[in-house]
Design a protein around this ligand. Structure first.
Ligand SMILES: Cc1cc2nc3c(=O)[nH]c(=O)nc-3n(C[C@H](O)[C@H](O)[C@H](O)COP(=O)(O)OP(=O)(O)OC[C@H]3O[C@@H](n4cnc5c(N)ncnc54)[C@H](O)[C@@H]3O)c2cc1C
Length: 385
């Protein structure tokens, strides 16, 4: 079977699931700030969220290119893959850095959906993008670590059984480099609120289930250390390329959703006795968004294929995320403009999708930080911070 045919089959299977939910399903959840429990269950049971887990651990053993196709299709259908996408990639740090015992314990259960590993706790309110300055501490005491501190914007904590957490195991004064002294942990969230974790949902512009977390002498077994102590920054960094490429694919799905919708409306809406798409002031922005989306999609595909081939893909992963996020934002703005006043109505779904796709200018890494990475590490210009 050719690669194109194989991806097309995945696309059609995902679409069939998405079609049975529909855009009103997502609109109602957005309004009620609800979680798409049924959708996530179905997409998990179908094996799509475990697609990156090797067959030896119960997954489908597929590559990032297939994972990108799955998330793109959910976005393109009008859904919001942000509710579930992390189940695909957070496990990558267990797969790459976990002990064999950790892999056996967690990966098969993640693959079949018994365990949800959908949360990744890095960002803190006082340090933001400056990750290596984070302040949450993990202090070793006999057979466990005591966690104290605060995280912010941690997505899906209330819909996850496990979280990968980054915390400081060496003080800033004692560290040998900026990245030394941070460690990763697999945190069991079940019953965690009775053990010193306070979870406070954030009232936000999009329905992304993000929360503030407060750790007060919260104990994590030493056996849950992920990778080497003090070398957790590497663990986190290794997962970032996959996350950026997958988010890029979601943005391509959003952009295609917006362009299809704008085109249909431009062809069907009659004003001054002709379709509005006959006006180049309407058709040209849609055509521009289409061209930008197709260019960004090539970068997403290039990055995914490099990743799957085991090659370095930092520049491509970052460019893929940035170009795709720009394309989806541009396509969304164009789609809303094409719809005139109806674009503002919730009934047309565009305003929700536009809010959702706007996130990707900021998270998981902001556009400025990508430009700064490209300036310094790819083009060789001076470091700016
Ligand atoms: C809905 C949502 C879900 C999220 N989910 C998670 C999650 O699950 N886990 C997690 O750990 N985090 C999560 N985040 C956090 C996200 O990764 C951060 O918001 C993002 O990395 C930016 O950090 P910040 O918000 O602290 O911005 P800041 O670091 O305060 O930056 C503010 C602005 O200043 C700019 N800036 C800062 N420094 C520089 C510089 N040196 N040069 C140029 N510009 C600069 C930034 O680009 C940004 O535009 C989520 C955020 C949101 C909004």
């Amino acid at each position: 079977m050719s690669s194109d045919q194989h991806l097309q089959e995945i696309r059609e299977s995902v679409k069939a699931i998405c079609d049975s939910y529909g855009e009103d399903y997502w609109r109602k959840l957005d309004q009620a700030q609800g979680y798409p429990t049924e959708f996530v269950k179905e997409i998990t049971d179908s094996g799509f969220l475990g697609c990156l887990i090797p067959e030896a651990y119960g997954g489908a053993g597929l590559g990032l290119i297939e994972a990108c196709t799955i998330l793109e299709e959910i976005s393109r259908s009008g859904g919001h893959p942000g509710a579930a996408h992390a189940q695909m990639y957070v496990m990558g740090s267990v797969l790459k850095h976990g002990s064999e015992e950790q892999k056996q314990k967690y990966l098969p259960a993640i693959a079949n959906g018994e365990l949800r590993l959908q949360s990744f706790g890095v960002t803190e309110p006082s340090t933001g993008t400056d990750t290596t300055s984070l302040k949450t501490t993990a202090t070793r005491a006999q057979d466990h670590y005591k966690i104290n501190g605060q995280k912010v914007w941690i997505s899906r904590v209330q819909h996850s059984d496990l979280m990968v957490l980054l915390a400081r195991t060496k003080s800033i004064e004692d560290r040998s480099s900026k990245t030394d002294g941070l460690s990763c942990f697999i945190v069991d969230l079940r019953g965690a609120e009775e053990r010193g974790l306070t979870i406070r949902p954030i009232d936000a512009m999009i329905n992304h289930h993000a929360c503030e977390l407060f750790f007060d002498d919260f104990e994590v077994p030493a056996a849950n250390l992920l990778g080497e102590e003090h070398k957790g920054f590497r663990v986190v960094m290794d997962g970032m390329n996959a996350e950026r490429i997958l988010i890029g694919a979601e943005c391509i799905g959003d952009a295609r959703y917006f362009t299809d919708k704008a085109t249909d409306y431009a062809n069907s809406r009659i004003v001054f006795d002709r379709p509005i798409g006959q006006n180049q002031g309407i058709s040209f922005p849609i055509a521009t968004a289409y061209a930008q989306t197709e260019a960004a999609a090539l970068m997403v595909e290039k990055a995914a294929r490099l990743f799957d081939g085991g090659e370095a893909c930092g520049p491509e992963a970052n460019m893929a995320k940035m170009l795709a996020a720009d394309a989806s934002w541009k396509a969304g703005d164009t789609c809303l403009q094409t719809h005139g006043g109806f674009g503002i109505s919730r009934e047309y779904h565009i305003e929700r999708k536009l809010r959702e796709t706007r996130l990707y200018q900021i998270a998981p890494i902001s556009t400025n930080l990508i430009l700064s990475y490209l300036s310094e590490h790819v083009l060789g210009m001076p470091r700016s911070f």
